[in-house]
Design a protein around this ligand. Sequence first.
Ligand code: F6R
Ligand code: MN
Length: 196
Amino acid sequence: MTSDAGRSRPFGLDLTREFADLPFDGHLERRLSALGGQFLDQSAYARLIAEDPLVYEVYEIHLPRTAGQLLHGISIVHPGRVGDEYFMTKGHFHAVRETAELYHCLRGRGLLLMENEEGDCAAEELAAGRVVHVPVGWAHRSINTHEHEDLVTFFAYPGHAGHDYGTIERQGFRKVVVARGGRAEILDNPRWRAGR
Ligand code: F6R
Ligand code: MN
């Protein structure tokens, strides 16, 4: 599937078209079962897991995972909730902490939740046309806060970044985003514990 040679020539993508029709090299689907332990409401999670809904998808261009490359693709978080908590990505730090990332929101509405290892937290709005910069050292998770539309973002990050999912799998994010009276609210995560 990966053709580094094919991608050594310039190419362009028309992101106004249906993504399934575009020449991406890879397509990853993540269902609810991939997010075990991340949602607050464990009984809502247990009820939903029987149908194991599709939570998000990633379309990727395959390029060498080496310094100097710019890995990029499209992330689509579907609408939905587990209890009051919105559908979201697993979230991760980059294995090489000194690597940043850019997100450009194409459609939908949501938040890019971020935190660093010093304990600083941030949430930047995602809406069509907004670009969010994830600085070096910040974990990031996209959250779809719309009731029925997909959250679609274009992302780009350095080829040697790698992914550290384990830290977030163990300790979660310090903040959670929940629906309260039809609005998204950012609350402290009561289940967060350092180094868990
Ligand atoms: C890459 C990146 C995005 C995410 C995608 C899915 O470094 O941040 O491409 O990989 O939004 O989220 P995760 O990787 O957290 O499952
Ligand atoms: Mn990333």
